[in-house]
Design a protein around this ligand. Sequence first.
Ligand code: UD1
Length: 427
Amino acid sequence: MDAILIRQAPAPLRGTVHISGAKNAALPVLCATLLTDGASRLRNVPKLRDIDTTAALLRFLGRDVVVDAPEIRVAEGTCARPEAPYELVKQMRASVMVLGPLLARYGRAKVSLPGGCAIGARPIDQHLKGLEAMGAVIRLERGYVVAEGPNGGGRLRGAEVLFDLPTVTGTENLMMAAALAKGRTTLINCAREPEVEELGRVLNKAGAKVDGAGTDVIHVEGVPPGELGPFDHAIIPDRIEAGTYMIAAAAVQGSDVLIEGAEIHDLDTVVAKMRHAGVQIESEGRAIRVARNGPLSAVPVTTAPHPGFPTDMQAQFLVLMCLARGESMITETVFENRFMHVPELQRMGAQIVLRGNTAVVDGVKALYGASVMATDLRASASLVIAGLVAVDETEVRRVYHIDRGYERIEEKLRGIGARIERVKGRS
Ligand code: UD1
């Protein structure tokens, strides 16, 4: 297994980082190809392990998939078995998003219960409740969700679905199921993330009738199966990747980095909190300039569904607060078990006390390099950022988590002056 070695940045970080397409937008869009006929083309797709896993899953489901990064072409094939096996689904929780499209298109689906990052229980009850409201008959059998359309595999019916809490992939799964259902579906208390909005745009390009994606109420007027056609679409930039490089720049005193190809409005709360902490951030067209010259101040953060502070930026922001003057409270409200980076950061000298779902962070003058273990995708990124400022060498192990969500992270960081390299074969 590879590891990443990082030495303290010898000088402020300077230069330009180009942001890749959004993983969390590309994954549902790839699943949406299951609804369509013909050959679709996706552009600006990031080169990541989660994308390869989804491509493998689509191939298993009979699609003809050509990955030619940053482009992916998906042509229709015959779906011999609307079945997503454990070996593929366990690698990535987002695979559950094939459930809605398969059920809508083929009247039946068998999908393994998901795996993915171990950040809490992460049930899929809201996905299943919504599909049942549309007439699906669902049972859980030996670790699989086995679902059938109404009357033994018929077409799903439009329905009113109220989510008990906003769920990103749950909203996406239901939007895709509703696209081919009979009649009108109203989804209430939806996730409002930019990636949900993006899926709505793509479904409409394919001929679906989706209204309100990106707001908390989405209406979908179903069209008959066979009426959704191919699409050609360039994926939006990855706001979490952009936010991660913004924090990396802010962590190293004196840095001045241009984050190119990012949409600042998708990061409004992160930008506000970073400015509050003393980081200079300017929008320059489709780029964001991040500079830090003075000391960092402690600011409190509470994660929340979009447009609140993203849980996917919590670990990285926490590292920034480890270096700030004073005490900050970082509260995680989206996932119950998302502080696995804390013990690793403590080993690097961070002063953090966990009180329930709040991390109380007391800023320190310096972090110290150590051998640390990546436990989930964003936690891994936070350890890499800590390594950039830590005295001595930091070794981040189990970097396969990073490869799920960050394209060429070491190359991009080297491009702005970081001393970072990948070493092969350390467990
Ligand atoms: C998506 C993102 C992930 C991000 C998360 C929250 C993708 C591929 N992944 O994950 O990067 O961290 O949104 O912004 O887009 N919940 C239930 N029942 C359900 C579904 C969810 O209780 O049926 C709970 C979860 O346990 C969690 C909360 O709802 O506490 C939000 O989860 P959700 O938005 O579903 O996260 P994902 O879609 O898995």
